[in-house]
Write a protein that binds this ligand. Structure first.
Ligand SMILES: Cc1ncc(COP(=O)(O)O)c(C=O)c1O
Length: 484
């Protein structure tokens, strides 16, 4: 590689590819236009100090210039101090050619998190099955047909839908076939598609108002509010959502429930209520949206099957990898009543724009090869262990604090004396313990008459890595109030 004249002894340079995008004005001297374009790229920081420029011959060919012109432009910029030429490492942007910094105030980068993290919603990130996932990705990529690398089908890869149909039938009691499944990027995406997609999915009567559980995730309430869907809260008791209350709302045709594990209070929907909500949907011509966010994680007995199995035409089942694998994957699925498949596809648009086809193929391979089942079984043991440690720590340090919602899932609820939640959260923050209160999850429209507010802590016991868990439990026990 011949470089610009005036080369210096070698020093490592930050490599670039040979491609360098430069806009040269069509008229005027070529050398000065190239110099101006390079200066501008350096000044604005597009070419950072230390970046190696393409060889002048390559740049000349790319830009349709004479080699002399680019060689001279490089040499002049070296002379001006913008570039440095070194024998063996080519021409680089000079270290002192620092870009002009923007005056815009940058948001500070928050590096330090809480000392102890017991927030719910995060599977143990250290337990992501990296090796097995990589192996599945390698197999999936090797076997993928060329068409997989083209624009994606909005319904999702058939390979994934096929294994999902089998898996969901086997593990969750879902009744479906691959044609009724639409892949999406998770539950939140499914909600957006249903209520805020490119085309309306639900007929106007089913579009809203929507009945939701009186306790749920504020983020999902926000999505519905942003889509203009009014939400009617259903009170919850120890048997789950009070679906009998649906009868009091003749304008409601759709209800969103977490039947396997009420989020966040923790119990399964009682068998009688599962049947009752199906009867309601049939009688009302309505629809049940089933959020099965962590259905695989039940510890003391067989997981509760999906309500969808009771009536696949009245229940729209929504699942995701966010709890079982990682919320970073952004992969989920909608199992639809037949008449809604085309409508969801219309809401999604012509091409797949969310769920990566390559991740879909990897997940298909991961499930098909048994890797997903093995991972879920391993995590179930691990999380049950974590749950047991939490219960043991409470029994030893705060036996007066009632813990509920422990039969399943990735979090538990600690009941607190009325009026104490806020001050306990303050004490937690003071200790560097991140944990959430039940009040955050309460629907703002629920009246005390409909359902008295309960004070409590929502404790995510799967968040910390193993080495940090005992200290987090200790911090939790330390902030709990002494017996009354
Ligand atoms: C109640 C509930 N539903 C669904 C999900 C899954 O959401 P997503 O698939 O958008 O990550 C979560 C979070 O993991 C959740 O807490």
């Amino acid at each position: 590689m011949t470089e610009a004249p005036g080369a210096h002894p070698t020093e490592p340079a930050r490599p670039t590819g040979n491609d360098l995008h430069l806009d040269l004005p069509a008229t005027g001297g070529r050398r000065s236009a190239l110099m101006a374009a390079l200066r501008e790229a350096i000044r604005t920081g597009r070419l950072a100090p230390g970046t190696r420029l393409p060889p002048y011959r390559a740049l000349a060919a790319d830009l349709g210039l004479a080699r002399n012109t680019t060689a001279e432009a490089y040499a002049e910029l070296v002379a001006e101090g913008w570039l440095t030429a070194r024998q063996g490492s080519g021409t680089t942007v000079a270290e002192r050619a620092a870009p002009v910094r923007s005056d815009r105030v940058r948001r500070p980068i928050r590096r330090s998190g809480p000392v102890h993290d017991l927030r719910q919603g995060r599977p143990d990130a250290a337990a992501f099955p990296r090796t097995a996932w990589l192996a599945a990705a390698r197999r999936a990529l090797t076997a993928a047909p060329n068409e997989a690398f083209g624009p994606g089908d909005p319904q999702g890869r058939r390979e994934l839908r096929t294994v999902l149909a089998d898996y969901l039938a086997r593990a969750r009691g879902v009744r479906t076939d691959p044609d009724r499944i639409v892949v999406c990027s998770g539950f939140a995406h499914a909600l957006r598609l249903l209520f805020d997609g490119a085309a309306p999915v639900l007929p106007p009567a089913e579009q809203g108002p929507l009945a939701v559980e009186a306790y749920g995730l504020g983020f999902h309430r926000g999505l519905l509010a942003a889509a203009g869907v009014p939400a009617v809260p259903l009170p919850i008791d120890e048997q789950g959502a009070r679906v009998d209350e649906l009868a009091r709302h003749p304008d409601v045709r759709t209800v969103l429930l977490t039947p396997a594990h009420q989020f966040p209070t923790g119990g399964p929907l009682h068998a009688g209520r599962r049947a009752a909500v199906i009867d309601w949907a049939r009688g009302r011509g309505g629809l049940v949206l089933e959020d099965d966010y962590d259905g695989e994680f039940r510890y003391d007995r067989q997981p509760v099957g999906a309500v969808q199995g009771l009536d696949p035409d009245r229940v729209l089942y929504l699942g995701s990898t966010s709890k079982s694998l990682s919320p970073a994957l952004r992969l989920g699925w909608m199992v639809l009543p037949d008449h809604l498949v085309d409508r969801v596809l219309a809401a999604k648009g012509e091409r797949e724009a969310w769920a990566s086809a390559l991740d879909q193929l990897t997940l298909a391979e991961f499930i098909d090869s048994g890797g997903y089942d093995r991972h879920v079984r391993r995590m179930r043991r691990r999380y049950r262990d974590r749950r047991d440690q939490l219960v043991a720590a409470l029994a030893a340090n705060a036996p007066h604090v009632e813990v509920s919602g422990i039969a399943a899932g990735l979090h538990a609820v600690l009941r607190l004396a009325p009026g104490t939640e806020r001050s306990i959260l303050k004490a937690a923050a003071y200790r560097g313990l991140a944990v959430e209160g039940l009040a955050d999850y309460r629907h703002p429209a629920v009246t005390a008459a409909a359902m008295p507010a309960a004070d409590g802590l929502v404790v995510g016991y799967t968040t910390p890595p193993d080495h940090a868990y005992p200290a987090a439990l200790q911090a939790l026990c330390d902030i709990l109030p002494p017996p009354a």
